[in-house]
Design a protein around this ligand. Structure first.
Ligand SMILES: *Cc1c(COP(=O)(O)O)cnc(C)c1O
Length: 404
């Protein structure tokens, strides 16, 4: 008789977005005249930029001709894309990352979930609280998280690093020594960023204690202030302790296209084994690469027109973030994030729980957001709004909240 991976049974149901969906449709069913504005979505809404669309068309034509048809992509991804990434995302920032240290993939969600499998089962994992749930759940599936405490919403073998108003939503260095440290800046859900000096402390800590930092930089394109690192490799010594995960989803609208990459420097070793060789082996065995046409579209992200068009898209979302942040602040809310991030993290008023505030906003302003408690116990009493809607809806939603 076969057995299942029992670790899957330990996972609590992820009711967050389905509960939101159910509550919103129940409300709109009962009040068909009300226009509900959704500021909870973590998905982009603007269409692909013209430079990307024309790169796609060109690649499709190539696939339809015998002379230019392409089959399986090279294991690590096409060189044209890896060279472009190395040049634009690393060399231009003074980071010593070469094209052969970049692995092209179908996105940062799968990479951030899969990367744990090149590490031993006994490794101790540390995450921020609140956190993007993928980091925790993928380690639960691998049997690395221990048992779940339903009451407190935490796992016995995971180290939680609280991100609170007091510490500016930046975790302190953990007292227990983790082996794998997941960091994400600009952060989802809090919108917080880390300065280069503070990130350097994490890099030094990881090098001193023999830990690996898994650095999720999916929102890097939203950084608007100086002094905020765009890559962890801007920090000295990061090539011996950090893996970086990047996505084309939030900067270029590729959520439905699927493209991302992971950087593993060749100097990142466990004894004399390079993690690069393990991930290369994993890639070669379990993955056959992102589609050629999508990799060509990814290349267009870095073209002159592509860069200009995407800067305009980011500015559009940034204007929304600005409107939400300042509008709610003026209305007396305690808000953070939003400046280097498409996410605004607000404290629920009058001691409401995250879900109480969800219901309150839905019923009184007809605005749907995301309860902070869905991202871990540290998110209780907070609420996430996103800048990914249209400007008109964003303005209307914020104005309704201000009238309450
Ligand atoms: C959206 C997001 C990603 C990107 O995932 P893709 O699979 O590339 O679409 C990665 N990490 C975080 C924290 C995110 O919010």
């Amino acid at each position: 008789m076969f057995q299942i991976n029992e670790n899957y049974l330990k996972l609590p149901g992820s009711y967050l977005f389905s509960t939101i969906g159910k509550k919103v449709s129940a409300y709109s069913g009962a009040h068909p005249d009300k226009k509900i504005i959704r500021l909870g979505i973590g998905d982009v809404t603007l269409p692909l930029a013209p430079a990307i669309v024309s790169a796609l068309h060109k690649a499709v034509e190539e696939m339809g001709r015998a002379e230019t048809f392409r089959g399986y992509a090279p294991d690590l991804g096409y060189e044209f894309l890896r060279n472009t990434i190395a040049e634009n995302d690393y060399k231009s920032r003074g980071c010593e990352i070469g094209p052969d240290e970049i692995f092209i993939s179908d996105g940062a969600k799968s990479d951030s979930a899969n990367i744990q499998e090149i590490f031993g089962p006994e490794n101790k994992v540390a995450v921020c609280d609140p956190v993007y749930p993928v980091y925790v759940d993928s380690n639960v599936m691998a049997g690395r998280a221990g048992s779940y405490d339903r009451e407190r919403g935490i796992w016995s073998d995971v180290i939680y690093m609280p991100c609170t108003e007091e510490n500016g939503f930046l975790p302190g260095l953990p007292k227990e020594h983790p082996d794998l440290i997941y960091l994400c800046f600009p952060n989802n859900p809090t919108g917080a960023v880390i300065t280069k000096a503070r990130l350097q402390e994490w890099v030094d800590y990881a090098n001193e204690t023999g830990a690996v930092i898994l650095y999720d930089a999916a929102y890097e394109a939203y950084i608007s202030e100086p002094g905020v690192p765009h890559s962890i490799y801007e920090c000295e010594g990061a090539v011996t302790c950090a893996i970086e995960l990047k996505s084309f989803s939030k900067n270029a609208g590729f959520t439905g296209m699927r493209l991302g990459y992971t950087v593993i420097p060749k100097k990142l070793k466990c004894g004399d084994v390079a993690l690069h060789s393990l991930w290369a082996r994993r890639h070669g065995t379990k993955y056959n690469g992102a589609p050629y046409i999508v990799q060509r579209a990814g290349e267009a992200v870095y073209s002159r027109e592509g860069k200009a068009q995407l800067e305009a898209q980011i500015s559009y979302y940034r204007k929304n973030a600005d409107y939400i942040f300042n509008g709610l602040k003026r209305a007396g809310y305690t808000v953070s994030g939003g400046v280097n991030s498409p996410y605004i993290w607000l404290k629920t008023p009058k001691g409401m729980t995250s879900w109480e505030f969800f219901d309150y906003l839905l019923e009184n302003a007809n605005v749907a957001g995301t309860p902070g408690s869905g991202f871990g116990p540290g998110g209780e009493g907070y609420f996430r709004l996103t800048a990914f809607g249209s400007y008109e809806n964003t303005v209307e939603a914020v104005d309704r909240i201000r009238m309450l």
